[in-house]
Design a protein around this ligand. Structure first.
Ligand SMILES: Nc1nc2c(c(=O)[nH]1)N[C@H]1C(S)=C(S)[C@@H](COP(=O)(O)O)O[C@H]1N2
Ligand SMILES: [Mo]
Length: 342
């Protein structure tokens, strides 16, 4: 039964599909690939890929769960256990956390308590599906953290550092991603720092363009004509809100909650809608052009609570590609039906 293996709020990608998330490429640099294990160890070392392999390659099969609500079961990797790398270097007695840093322009990073890394059998992946790991997916070497949202699985590993205290990772620091990231406890985001009262005060003017309001509590409010272009609204709650003619152009709405919202005539040009939930929402006359729809929901898995679309709803056809099969079929059907009504 695959259902029991899918954490709450996750949906399966189509067989053979592996979505690309976050940075697209490592830093441009012609020097040979080295993985430096430098801080918090007794014997600092820099490993070539060949030296990593001599630590002992193992086969892994693991499920991938992305915070933007797509999952891929039974991904096959081979690589080297993190424990073997750390054994070779010897953790200093005071070391409690491991931080992974990427060979990428923004030095992307993420971290874990050492005890969690050991319990989850974290590994350095060198191949996926029997092939050398592709560069877009973190090749030549990435971290894989089983049983955590995939943002803990760092692509293009360059440094492993051990510290007595935690160093929050890039997404955890900048996007409010939960530092524990356990999909079985749905630890996607930290709770918003805003109270409902503060949220309502901010929304009174109906202009939040460009503001950082992740986790905003706006469920059930009358927000017709809201100006929210370029706003950062990850995980914001707009369930059952009145949002006729609202403008969310170029907003970040990943994992935003729009279930049963009235979005008649709303505009989402260029918006990031990854993991957003539009179940039961009214999308008549809404514009979803140049949007990112990875893991977006328009009805629940059994087809209940469908969003309403009609001939005046505009969705870029290319955007449907990134939906899970269930959602893609629903949207194609809804848009096809509405076209034939014309
Ligand atoms: N260096 C680096 N690693 C990263 C990221 C990133 O932006 N840069 N994004 C993370 C996130 S949020 C996810 S879901 C996975 C995506 O890996 P994929 O593109 O191979 O699917 O990589 C994680 N590791
Ligand atoms: Mo992610």
């Amino acid at each position: 039964m695959t259902q029991a293996r899918l954490p709450l709020g996750q949906q399966l990608v189509a067989a053979g599909k592996w979505p690309l998330v976050g940075e697209r490429a490592p830093r441009r640099d012609d020097s040979p690939w080295l993985v430096h294990v430098v801080a918090g160890v007794l014997r600092p070392r820099s490993f070539t890929l060949e030296e990593l392999r001599t630590l002992g390659i193992r086969q892994y099969r693991t499920d991938i769960h992305c915070v933007t609500r797509w999952s891929r079961l039974d991904a096959e990797f081979s690589g080297v256990p993190l424990s073997a790398v750390l054994d070779a270097c010897g953790a200093a007695p005071a070391s409690r956390f491991v931080s992974f840093v990427a060979r990428s322009d923004r030095r992307h990073s993420t971290s874990l308590p050492l005890g969690v890394a050991a319990a989850l059998d974290v590994f350095l992946a060198l191949t996926a599906d029997g092939e050398p790991l592709r560069e877009v997916h973190g090749g030549p070497v990435r971290i894989v953290v089983p049983d955590r949202y995939f943002y803990k699985s760092l692509k293009w590993l360059e440094r492993i550092e051990l510290w007595p205290d935690d160093r929050l990772g890039y997404w955890e620091r900048t996007a409010g991603y939960h530092n524990e990231a356990d999909p079985w406890r749905e630890q996607r985001y930290l709770a918003s720092g805003l109270t409902g009262q503060q949220s309502r005060a901010i929304l009174a003017l109906r202009d939040i363009a460009g503001q950082d309001l992740r986790g905003l509590a706006a469920g059930g409010l009358d927000l017709r004509g809201l100006q929210a272009q370029r706003a950062l609204l990850r995980d914001a709650d707009f369930q059952a809100a009145a949002l006729e003619s609202a403008c969310f152009d170029n907003a970040n709405l990943s994992n935003a909650h729009f279930a049963f919202a009235d979005l008649t005539g709303a505009s989402f040009r260029g918006a990031d809608l990854e993991g957003a939930d539009f179940s039961g929402a009214n999308l008549r006359g809404a514009t979803l052009l140049d949007v990112s729809l990875l893991g977006t929901t328009f009805c629940d898995p059994s087809g209940q609570r469908p969003a309403t679309l009609d001939a005046s709803t505009r969705v870029s056809p290319g955007a449907l590609e990134m939906l899970t099969p269930r959602q893609q079929a629903f949207l194609e059907e809804a848009l096809r039906l509405s076209r034939s009504e014309r």
